[in-house]
Write a protein that binds this ligand. Sequence first.
Ligand code: 3PG
Length: 305
Amino acid sequence: MKVLIATEKPFAAEAVNGIERVFEKAGMQILLLEKYTSKAQVLEAVKDVQAIIIRSDIIDAEVLNAAKELKIVVRAGAGYDNVDLEAATAHNVVVMNTPGQNSNAVAELALGMMVYAARNFYDGTSGSELMGKKLGIHAYGNVGRNVARIAKGFGMDIYAYDAFCPAEVIEKEGVKALASAEELYETCQYISLHIPATEETKNSINYALLSKMPPKAVLVNTARKEVINEQELVKLMEDRQDFKYVTDIMPKNDNELKEKFAKRYFSTPKKMGAQTSEANNNAGIAAANQIVDFLLNGNTKFKVN
Ligand code: 3PG
């Protein structure tokens, strides 16, 4: 059996070695496609493989059509909005993710970005501290939970809103559960986004919601760019000189934001929340083990389609 690792943004070499060991032990062959620059390379590479490991790499109907022998795709990570689930199901391809495996890495970056914003992007001027400030965690999943754990160490006053996680679960971890996103944004100077990109959440972080935030508001996005209504964000930042936006997912209008709000906007050049050797190891090796367990034993735990 043959497995493709298709990562435009490669895993750390150590993680690739670990993944290779899992497949070697199972007697499976590996094809490594890293830093590819065109879809044609992916279409060629998927031709005769039974399994694929990806990160934010796109698996759409065209890729699935080209992958005639494919049985499983594992997204080494949490969000699987880059995979066309309906098309995968139509092709009898199982799709899985590896929930929780890279969440500490993303959470650490979220706090790092908060400090960066609070200290005026390290420009030498007098900034502020996180201690005692209200932090709103928007969606209390694996990353949100880790953000709460780390933010406690900073002495932040922590709130969360999650449409699906029961308030008791949140409160048990010493975090105040709020009943709506509106209440969260009204209450918290810092908001850390941890919602997935779905039909419901796309463009949902809009002017109406963000304008509720208290003075000196900071929005931290380590989730997905699609959840932000970018035009409305620009309008809001024009109207509110006290508003900062820091993101790990470069918006489509990065140039406009940079030009207009140089001192209040920052984006990483390439999404790097999960880009640590630990997270690569955890997610990559989990993905490899899930593939082996599915192909050899039919285990479908973590299936998302
Ligand atoms: C995820 O959904 O797991 C994160 O956004 C990380 O994505 P990446 O593997 O493309 O860095």
